[in-house]
Design a protein around this ligand. Structure first.
Ligand SMILES: C[S@@+](CC[C@H](N)C(=O)[O-])C[C@H]1O[C@@H](n2cnc3c(N)ncnc32)[C@H](O)[C@@H]1O
Length: 237
């Protein structure tokens, strides 16, 4: 992660959840819940790696869904920013740790780089990453790490934001992003300039191409409510 991106997340860590809810009109919660539902697979017992776990929201949504479907899962959340991880730990301690309902859910958080994952090769049944791809220096390096840690036949779920398929919608988002940049400048000017620019630059087609070139199969892309957000899923060969 570049120093600029790291500094941005350290600065906004304490406000990250609230600002995300405000700027997305609460829809970010729905997006993550849809991604979490994708992380429920047939096995009764399995392992999940959430890369760039941030403040741990996706981990919590996966834990909630796993409980609902009586799954026994171990979730490892990794991120390279200590301040984001600190918030994640507090949230998880408050919501999960002492509650009986979650006795089949084990959660671990680690400081780890998505570009050099330290997890054993072929060790995860499911790997998720929410809003990471726009933040990494080289998506190809991350995809190779994803390939390394996923079991053969394992599933990946990538939640991301990028330009839509409609020029008209992109024009409307362009206007809305100008508002976000203005409002965001009161919090952290770089953060919201970076957020809006990286969204408008991100290419879904390029991402699919990278995944295909690296031997992933059954790649699907699903638009989520408001189109700007989407999920890419697929399997390791
Ligand atoms: C936009 S936040 C997303 C957090 C969370 N997944 C969510 O759904 O809200 C992006 C996260 O990616 C992390 N990140 C960026 N580059 C990373 C890298 N190379 N390795 C690990 N984490 C990284 C940041 O620290 C930040 O927490």
């Amino acid at each position: 992660m570049s120093k600029m991106v790291d500094d941005i997340f350290s600065d906004i860590a304490g406000k990250y959840d609230l600002i995300g809810h405000i700027f997305s009109f609460g829809v970010d919660g729905i997006w993550r819940k849809i991604a979490a539902a994708e992380a429920i697979i047939e096995s009764a017992e399995y392992s999940v790696l959430d890369v760039a776990t941030g403040t741990g929201s996706l981990v919590l949504d996966i834990a909630e869904k796993a409980c609902k479907y009586n799954k026994s899962i171990c979730i490892t959340g990794v991120d390279l920013n200590r301040d984001m991880l600190k918030i994640a730990k507090n949230k998880i301690d408050t919501k999960i740790d002492r509650k009986k309902k979650y006795s089949n859910i084990k959660i671990d958080l680690k400081l780890e780089d998505a570009m050099r994952l330290e997890e054993p090769a072929g060790s995860y049944d499911v790997v998720t990453a929410g809003f990471l791809l726009r933040n990494v220096d080289d998506a190809v390096v991350f995809v190779k790490e994803l390939k390394k840690v996923l079991k053969s036949g394992g599933k990946f779920i990538l939640l991301e934001m990028g330009k839509t398929d409609s020029k008209f919608l992109d024009f409307l988002y362009g206007l809305y992003f100008a508002v976000i940049r203005l409002a965001g400048s009161l919090i952290n000017k770089d953060a919201y300039r970076w957020l809006t620019r990286s969204i408008m630059k991100f290419s879904r087609d390029k991402m699919i191409e990278i995944l295909q070139d690296n031997g992933f199969e059954n790649i699907k892309i699903k638009n989520l409510p408001f189109q700007i957000c989407f999920i890419i899923t697929g399997k390791n060969a």
